[in-house]
Design a binder for this molecule. Structure first.
Ligand code: GDP
Length: 383
């Protein structure tokens, strides 16, 4: 049976008390191509999870630009929504990070880098705060789970998906999600899920995996069921629609019927929501702390002295841009020199032709003079 209540309610007693006092932070990130339903999903999650809308605290935007050349320069907005979930005494600050505008171009090379940088930056920021003498009031925005939205094409993962998922999977708990499940038939959806899992395995993409070796047989079975549903199919909608049997539910109405958000026969939204904010919130938090953050910290410690600032991604970009500019300037200069050389070569050839012509004229003049001289000699001899 899927446990109910917010994740912290399942903490062991001691930690339970500490967390209840402090309140827990949980950060969820959604990413994937634009238009595949991320924002709708976030809104669906909030409307189906937070019954009291007053709890939504704030919404703001931060921007970061990609390092692409000027023709492709664009802004990827990272939108942060926060809400406080409360259950009996326990508070969870839920932060959802939406990443619109991803993969919109024909050439999407590097279009995902602001997203990957964002994940790294949160680890970096936490690590730096941890190194300060006073560690009160640490702002922790490390991403505990990243939902990667896959377009419901029915084919397979695209090279762009594979590339981004590989990078994200090594940094965060990556959870693949099939968007707009109502656009595929159950048979096509099952086949699509299998294809995706095959690619994930073949490409060695690291995805979140629930612990399935619990002492409790019920929990083990529940975790197996969750894993079997991966990649989770979701339907997003904040609309309440009436089903043919008279129920009012969040869903999408069609002439053939209603695609229900919370119906497990229609999609895995409920399973996914349970996994994130109920049954596995604690596991997602601890794997982030113990695996992903720890591996980031160790990597950085191996190449940096204590307290030394990291070379910002921006710095790398600056270097790359500088290198590109130098290469461009060099090519320009070579081109200019080539043009100059060709002109000079043409001038030389024209000069050579002119001299050859002169020489020929001189030869002709000499020949004419020699002829004249010859006839003068011959005239003198005859006399
Ligand atoms: P984002 O760019 O990934 O944030 O995508 P949006 O959430 O803005 O959604 C893009 C479009 O897809 C909108 O017209 C949504 O109404 C629609 N959409 C979102 N979720 C679903 C879904 O589950 N099923 C269907 N059929 N359409 C959806």
């Amino acid at each position: 049976m899927v446990p109910t209540g917010i994740g912290v309610a399942h903490l062991p007693n001691q930690r339970h008390k500490i967390v209840a006092k402090r309140g827990a932070n949980f950060t969820l990130m959604v990413c994937g191509e634009s238009g595949c339903g991320k924002t709708t999903f976030v809104n669906t999650l909030f409307t189906t999870t937070i019954k009291d809308p007053r709890k939504v605290e704030h919404r703001h935007k931060t921007t970061s630009t990609s390092s692409r050349s000027s023709s492709n320069d664009r802004t990827v907005e990272i939108e942060i929504t926060q809400a406080e979930l409360e259950e009996s005494m326990f508070k969870v600050k839920l932060t959802v990070i939406d990443t619109p505008g991803f993969g919109d171009y024909v050439n999407n090379y590097d279009s995902w880098s602001p997203i990957v940088d964002f994940v790294d930056d949160q680890h970096e920021s936490y690590m730096r705060q941890e190194q300060q003498p006073s560690r009160n009031g640490i702002i922790d925005r490390r991403v505990h789970a990243c939902l990667y939205f896959i377009r419901p094409t029915g084919h397979s993962l695209k090279p762009l998906d594979i590339e981004v998922m590989k990078r994200l999977g090594s940094r965060v708990n990556l959870i693949p999600v099939i968007a707009k499940a109502d656009t595929l038939t159950p048979k096509d959806l099952a086949a699509f899920k299998q294809k995706i899992m095959d690619v994930i395995k073949a490409q060695d993409i690291r995805v979140y995996s629930c612990p399935i070796d619990s002492d409790d047989e019920g929990t083990t079975q529940c975790n197996r069921d969750i894993m079997a549903a991966m990649p989770f199919s979701v339907i997003g909608s904040t609309q309440i629609v009436r089903t043919p049997d008279g129920r009012d539910v969040p869903g999408r109405a069609y002439s053939w019927g209603v695609a229900e958000v919370e119906n497990e026969q229609h999609c895995d939204f409920k399973k996914l929501r349970n996994l994130i904010i109920r049954s596995h919130m604690l596991d997602l938090i601890s794997t982030t702390e113990e695996t992903h953050y720890e591996s980031y910290r160790q990597q950085q410690m191996a190449v940096r002295k204590f307290g030394e600032p990291k070379q910002a991604k921006g710095e790398n970009r600056k270097h790359r841009d500088k290198e590109d500019l130098l290469r461009k300037n060099f090519t320009e200069q070579v081109k200019q020199e080539e043009t100059r050389f060709r002109k000079w070569e043409q001038q030389l050839m024209a000069e050579r032709d002119r001299l050859n012509k002169d020489l020929e004229e001189q030869h002709a003049a000499i020949k004419a003079l020699e002829g004249e001289l010859d006839s003068v000699y011959r005239g003198a001899m005859r006399r």
